[in-house]
Design a protein around this ligand. Structure first.
Ligand SMILES: Cc1ncc(COP(=O)(O)O)c(C=O)c1O
Length: 372
């Protein structure tokens, strides 16, 4: 099977794959213990103190929509959405569907929001009670300055909702210290499990106060939490195999040094990949100082011999799956640096890229000039 160099689903360890070889009943006591231990471990990684962990079936977007539906004001007050990419745009779409009041700071798809901008927006509108930010905008790979933004949000006593989908488990997040009220991530990102569920870590009082507020039955986080507390089970069919795989992934995460250990490996992946890609002449969307360790965006070569689908196929044939671009203004492709991959995989990928370019007859990897 190829290495998945994508932002999830990603390459998992043999131990994680093996954990899925047994079948589990949803009522089983052992599965309930696994579920409880997952929740405990996630709270610990998040540096949570007065928070609760709610596991929810479905992709990460289900968790975001559940959190927005449970924790944003429905009337009179407003949520400030601080966005700079496709996942921020998706939150805007969700709020529109939910018919919840919001305002937006939109930085396009390759600039960081500044804490001062958030502070100004909050100061200018007293109806803003809640702030939503994406930690690593996986569209570009940019890591937003959540520490600075959190300080401003905390000083103004607002509710802080953080989409930490692609960063949680690798980038340090201390919910208690930063006063993050709600954090959302999913099983198939930096903890390196398989897809199947997401999780929302939310302040206990906020969660209790959300009773009856969700627009949806299946995405009601209070109901899901209350049922899980009472029975130790999911309300509806649990993602059994994804749960036991994730439990194994959490143990491996701990053994590998937790988030700092993971960050070190991903950072090394990024450095090796970038150096090699630069040597091959590729340009990156972001300057080096702005790049995160999760995913890297490369600009598509202007050379007419370069065609993304052919490039993708040639790399897949050699055992590597990469990802198309998602930014809107320039043509690009992305290579994930997360998952069970190390610098040796990055080096092997660079050899494959060199071969693929030769096979396609690409002579110049420089990108086309940016259009305004
Ligand atoms: C930052 C961020 N938010 C939200 C999502 C949505 O998650 P999913 O694709 O699992 O619905 C992703 C997916 O990669 C993401 O990176």
């Amino acid at each position: 099977m190829p290495y998945l160099l994508t932002p999830g689903p990603l390459t998992t360890s043999r131990g994680v794959k093996l954990a899925m070889l047994a079948d589990w009943g949803s009522w089983d006591q052992e599965l309930r213990e696994v579920t409880a231990d997952i929740r405990r471990r996630l709270l610990k990684i998040a540096g949570a103190d007065h928070h609760e962990c709610v596991l929810l079936q479905g992709a990460g977007s289900y968790g975001i929509e559940a959190a927005l539906g449970s924790f944003t004001p429905a009337a009179r007050h407003k949520t400030l959405l601080v966005i700079n990419g496709a996942y921020g745009d998706r939150a805007v779409k969700m709020m529109t569907r939910l018919n919840r009041p919001f305002s937006v700071i939109d930085k396009g798809d390759s600039a960081k929001p500044l804490a001062a901008e958030v502070e100004k927006a909050i100061a200018a509108d007293a109806t803003i009670t809640t702030v939503f930010v994406v930690h690593c905008e996986t569209t570009s790979g940019l890591v937003n300055p959540i520490e600075e933004i959190a300080a401003v949000v905390k000083a103004k006593n607002k509710v802080f909702i953080l989409d930490a989908m692609s960063s949680f488990g690798a980038l340090a997040i201390d919910m208690a210290k930063l006063s993050v009220d709600v954090l959302i991530s999913s099983a198939n990102k930096c903890i390196e499990g398989v897809p199947g569920f997401c999780y929302v870590i939310a302040g206990r009082e906020l969660l209790k106060a959300s009773e009856g507020k969700s627009h949806s039955l299946a995405l009601d986080l209070f109901d899901q939490w209350a049922y899980m507390e009472k029975t130790g089970q999911f309300r509806y069919t649990p993602p059994t195999h994804a749960l036991v795989a994730f439990h194994q992934a959490l143990k491996e995460h701990e053994m590998a040094g937790g988030a700092p250990g993971r960050l070190q490996r991903y950072e090394k992946n990024r450095l090796v990949l970038l150096k090699g890609m630069r040597e091959l002449g590729f340009a990156t969307l972001l300057p080096e100082s702005e790049m995160g360790p999760i995913i890297q965006t490369f600009l598509t070569p202007a050379d007419p011999a370069f065609e993304f689908q052919r490039f993708y196929d040639a790399l897949k044939e050699r055992g590597f799956v990469i990802y198309p671009g998602k930014i809107t203004k320039r043509s690009s492709f992305r290579i994930g640096t997360i998952g069970q991959v190390d610098e040796n995989v990055m080096r092997a990928l660079l050899v494959a890229i060199r071969e693929a370019l030769k096979e396609m007859g690409v002579k110049n990897t420089a990108p086309a000039e940016a259009k305004e």
